[in-house]
Design a protein around this ligand. Structure first.
Ligand SMILES: Cc1cc2nc3c(=O)[nH]c(=O)nc-3n(C[C@H](O)[C@H](O)[C@H](O)COP(=O)(O)O)c2cc1C
Length: 442
């Protein structure tokens, strides 16, 4: 094959990314690229959306991803992962509904969709927000000297109340122009805590075997479906595994995927990891990583959860499959599609290259590898794969701050700054979080 033939072949393979995706509820995504959920940390002291959300999503929308997920919007103001989270606790005042509408319309201006991710931080609640968080059981996070408060168990009545709160928030998302909702059941947040046999030691109907541990998630889906109607997309972000000994594992994931499929979920997004084991950032935590599946495909080294797709696919009868985590080349994305992935999620790359979807959709190969120097503490022993646990933790926390700084720049109408320093960004983010926590109006 000569050079122009292989270029043409590569371009036609890339064309699969521009295919529309038909969801079981009847909605349709214009293409297979999605902006993954990334906490914007842009809310005001009442945890309401601001003009900055609209500016940010306008910037991302211009390059045409078929769908954008918001960062986690919390359903309980006492359980934020950061004081800058948007929260929808109960019915919202007219001014907030107007801000939410401004956000969704900016995001939809160029023909793509915006879905709202709904969450509750549980025991991963920021201690700056709440020193007595609630969770399934009184099991603290094991994160060395990085302190999170030990949680108190939710009562059965509180669990039921939360189900109603998720349903109410989903209804608000629909009435304010968001095209779908996603329940965040990955990364160690509340649904993920309920699913985990390590974090959920309950003996009542919300705990016990996997069926009991999944009940909170499944009943919430049922309640959300009743509020939003049959024609509205519902997604769930789920861990392939927590990658922790005795935690939620890939067998559990496959069983839950089948239940989600039956429960009218339209799109299941596969991720992995928790604060204790941040595999979603490709970093090992304080414990040994327990990885259940060795890679069957070449591309999965880059897209680290894509290897789960073929087995997850087998459990699906109607829902579509999205995978997020580590996609950096067009090649890995088209390989994933060929292996049964319907939607490819992109997170960090869109903080530095917000126009990448336009290039991908026009058939141009892109290299979304991140600048190595700046988004980490240092190379080798100081890097994300350091043998020193605390160094890995600093890389995980500081790396997120570094990417959030890029989000803040986009939201202020500025260009990303790939040369921003790691430690200055980390310190700035810490100060900002503290100031935002102090400013919260209760
Ligand atoms: C700054 C930042 C904020 C994030 N916030 C969220 C979030 O609110 N909800 C969520 O599900 N995942 C969140 N994530 C994880 C991403 O959605 C994604 O799963 C992860 O970054 C891996 O994908 P990537 O390699 O394309 O970045 C966040 C990641 C980063 C870097």
């Amino acid at each position: 094959m000569n050079t122009s033939q292989s270029a043409l072949r590569a371009q036609s393979r890339l064309a699969s990314l521009a295919d529309a995706v038909h969801l079981p509820c009847g909605a349709q995504l214009p293409n297979r690229l999605a902006k993954a959920a990334m906490s914007e940390l842009l809310a005001d002291p009442d945890n309401r959306a601001t003009q900055a959300h609209a500016t940010l999503y306008d910037a991302w929308a211009q390059s045409g991803p078929g769908m954008m997920l918001t960062g986690n919007v919390q359903v309980d103001r006492q359980h934020l992962e950061h004081p800058g989270n948007v929260a929808l606790s109960g019915p919202q005042p007219a001014e907030h509904l107007a801000q939410l509408r401004a956000w969704s319309s900016a995001a939809k201006r160029y023909g793509g969709q915006i879905w709202m991710q709904l969450s509750h931080a549980g025991r991963q609640t920021s201690p700056r927000v709440n020193r007595t968080p609630k969770a399934p059981s009184n099991v603290p996070l094991k994160m060395g000297s990085l302190r999170f408060e030990p949680p108190e168990p939710l009562t059965g009545a509180e669990v039921r109340d939360l189900i109603a709160k998720f349903a109410e928030a989903a209804a608000t998302a629909r009435t304010t122009g968001f095209d779908g909702v996603q329940l965040h059941a990955a990364h160690g947040y509340l649904f993920s805590q309920f699913l985990s046999p390590r974090a959920n030691l309950r003996g009542d109907e919300w705990g016990g075997n996997l069926e009991g541990r999944a009940r909170f998630l499944l009943q919430t889906i049922h309640a959300v479906r009743q509020r939003v109607g049959a024609d509205y997309p519902i997604s769930v972000k789920l861990n392939s595994s927590d990658f922790l000994r005795g935690g939620f594992d890939f067998d559990d994931c496959q069983a839950v995927v089948a239940w989600l499929d039956e429960a009218s979920v339209d799109l299941i997004e596969i991720s992995g990891g928790t604060y204790e084991q941040p595999r979603m950032l490709n970093i090992a935590g304080f414990e040994t990583v327990v990885d259940p599946v060795t890679s069957p495909t070449g591309a999965s080294k880059e897209a680290y959860f894509a290897k789960f797709a073929p087995l997850v696919r087998q459990r699906l009868r109607r829902a579509k499959l999205m995978v997020t985590g580590g996609f950096r080349s067009a090649e890995a994305m088209v390989d994933a599609v060929a292996n049964g992935v319907d939607v490819v999620g992109l997170g960090k790359p869109l903080c530095l290259a917000p126009t990448a979807p336009a290039a991908l959709l026009s058939g141009t190969a892109v290299d979304l590898r991140q600048p190595k120097g700046s988004a980490r503490l240092g190379p080798g022993i100081l890097g994300p794969q350091s043998p020193i646990r605390m160094v890995r933790a600093i890389n995980a926390l500081g790396g997120s701050s570094w990417y959030n700084l890029q989000i803040l720049r986009l939201a202020a109408g500025q260009s990303p700054d790939p040369r921003a320093g790691f430690l200055p960004s980390f310190m700035k983010a810490q100060k900002r979080e503290q100031a935002m926590a102090q400013a919260l109006r209760r």
